[in-house]
Design a protein around this ligand. Structure first.
Ligand code: CFM
Ligand code: HCA
Length: 533
């Protein structure tokens, strides 16, 4: 509520208050609302954001399982990026899978002083000799950019020497204002150097061929989505990048539709694929029963064949009949509760429908690093002012590939469909929120604590950095990044697992044994001194 928000920011020095105000709003559908996003966090504020390295290596390229991903930097960055996102991967046949490993140059002080290129060359040699991977990536961490190691030349030399692709990512942590910069860097290199490498004739491309973009197989979500799509009759060419492979990635342009789950992390590639190869992209959401059904129906309508449409309905009916009873039971246990959602750049939107289905209202939602289009919809893109941090990560310019450009649908049919479904479009988080609910960008720890105290939602859906703040206050917290080691949450069966986990978390008697700090301590109210200019 407005009063809560005012109270939260009232304790700030005036400059900070002015800044933070622009990152918050109370939804009002009779107004066009604007939010400030993708700008620098004020130094000193405890943010949940990560860095460009996390977005590039940790999020986008890390899940590709048949490549060796070398982290060039101190061991801490490597350790941090080691399997922590729970992006699952399985070996199929004799394919390679290095997902359980952590490869690092383990830079020491002497490497920082004298340069780390020699160590990097050595690491590539070792990786090739020991693992013989399909390709190698090198991700730069902060010190690499600061000392000026030339990872691109090392990669180019290694490519010649070993005859495999070695991709260099200049994703030093300090680039941009968050993980988001790393997504962009990763998208550019994958598009420029990997996608498009396999030429196929039209006849070789299966009719119902799709790519799943922005799905990282956290807790097995990608597997559950693939199971449903395969059951209907779709062929998945490439999944980007959860349990994905270098070999599949090269083929990404050989599909008839791209479906985009996480818009934030992959919209650069989805746009470039359309420009270069003519493949349209459809914004989908496999989180929640209704959203999954809507997605499946949109996909079937895109292809337009009655047989596929009928098969889609058959699968929906079958899947629904398997979950309905259990789902209903959990709903009864959650009905009437409220939630806060604070996650990276898409889940704070994607989970609102699923929560609603089990009777939970979202009263506050926000992204760590979403851009204005993730909040307000892609229509605002032309009006977004780019600051220096964003301009630092250049857009990759692509043009129509005369040889491989194909239109599956006529431009007229595509235009018609665009009026019915989010093809090349995303309406953003704010649109679906109820009037009076709060939207907050880059929510920090002070604001988290103050708002939890003021609003006391029944569940706080967030990540590891703030989970325990909430639980020590007696408010159940569900991690929407790692799923608290549960999942999958996608699709029909995933919705039931989610409902079960939320219902257990809300209804456990644990919370009544916790006395929140505000019940036993006097609260010191105060104001931080204004800065002296
Ligand atoms: Fe996309 Fe993601 Fe997310 Fe993201 Fe992330 Fe993630 Fe996330 Mo953690 S790609 S934006 S950078 S859906 S790692 S799998 S959970 S913050 S909301
Ligand atoms: C990242 C990864 C992360 C962190 C999750 C969390 C993930 O931001 O680099 O803070 O709980 O999903 O693993 O978003």
């Amino acid at each position: 509520c407005k009063k809560c928000l005012d109270k939260v920011i009232d304790t700030y020095p005036s400059k900070v208050k002015k800044n933070r105000q622009k990152h918050m709003l109370i939804k009002q559908s009779d107004e066009t609302q604007e939010i400030q996003a993708n700008t620098r966090t004020i130094p000193g504020i405890i943010t949940n954001r990560g860095c460009a390295f996390a977005g590039c290596k940790g999020v986008v390229i890390g899940p590709l399982r048949d490549m060796v991903h070398i982290v060039h930097g101190p061991v801490g960055c490597s350790y941090y990026a080691w399997g922590t996102r729970r992006n699952k991967a399985k070996t199929k046949g004799d394919e390679k899978n290095f997902i359980n490993y952590c490869f690092t140059t383990d830079m020491q002080e002497s490497d920082i002083v004298f340069g780390g290129e020699k160590k990097l060359k050595e690491a590539i040699r070792e990786a090739v000799e020991l693992f013989n991977p399909a390709a190698i990536t090198i991700s730069a961490t902060c010190p690499v950019g600061l000392i000026g190691d030339d990872i691109k030349s090392v990669a180019a030399e290694a490519e010649k020497e070993y005859g495999i692709q070695v991709l260099a990512f200049d994703c030093e942590g300090y680039k941009g204002v968050s993980q988001s910069a790393g997504h962009h860097i990763a998208n550019n290199i994958l598009m420029r150097d990997v996608i498009g490498k396999v030429e196929k004739s039209e006849k070789e491309i299966p009719k119902y061929s799709v790519n799943i973009l922005g799905e990282y197989n956290i807790g097995g979500d990608g597997w559950e989505i693939s199971r449903i799509l395969n059951k209907i009759g779709y062929e998945i060419v490439s999944i980007m990048t959860g349990d994905g492979t270098y070999e599949e990635l090269k083929n990404t342009h050989n599909a008839n539709l791209n479906v985009v789950q996480c818009h934030r992390s992959i919209n650069y590639i989805s746009e470039m694929l359309e420009t270069k190869y003519g493949t349209p992209w459809l914004k989908v959401n496999f989180i929640g029963v209704n959203e999954t059904i809507k997605t499946l129906r949109n996909m079937a309508e895109y292809f337009g064949d009655q047989e596929l449409i009928d098969r889609t309905e058959e699968v929906i009916a079958e899947e629904l009949s398997e979950i309905e009873e259990t789902f209903e039971m959990f709903k009864k246990m959650c009905e009437g509760k409220t939630a806060f959602l604070y996650v990276g750049g898409s889940r704070a939107h994607h989970y609102q429908g699923l929560l609603k289905e089990i009777g939970i209202d979202t009263v506050m939602a926000g992204y760590e690093f979403g851009h204005r289009d993730d909040y307000e919809g892609r229509d605002v893109i032309p009006y977004i002012k780019l600051d220096a941090d964003t301009r630092n990560i250049p857009d990759l310019h692509v043009e129509k590939d005369e040889k491989q450009y194909r239109l599956y649908l006529s431009p007229e049919r595509l235009q018609k469909l665009k009026e019915k479904m989010p093809l090349g479009q995303y309406a953003g988080l704010i649109k679906e929120m109820k009037d009076g609910t709060m939207v907050i960008d880059d929510l920090n720890h002070h604001e988290t604590e103050a708002l939890l105290k003021a609003v006391k939602p029944d569940v706080f859906c967030s990540g590891i950095k703030d989970k325990f703040i909430s639980q020590k206050m007696g408010i159940f917290s569900k991690q929407l990044h790692s799923y608290d080691y549960s999942g999958p949450y996608a699709g029909f069966k995933g919705a039931v697992i989610f409902a079960k986990d939320i219902s257990a978390g809300i209804n456990t008697p644990t919370w009544s044994y916790i006395t929140p700090p505000w019940k036993k301590e006097p609260i010191i109210e105060g104001k931080i001194n204004e800065e002296v200019n």
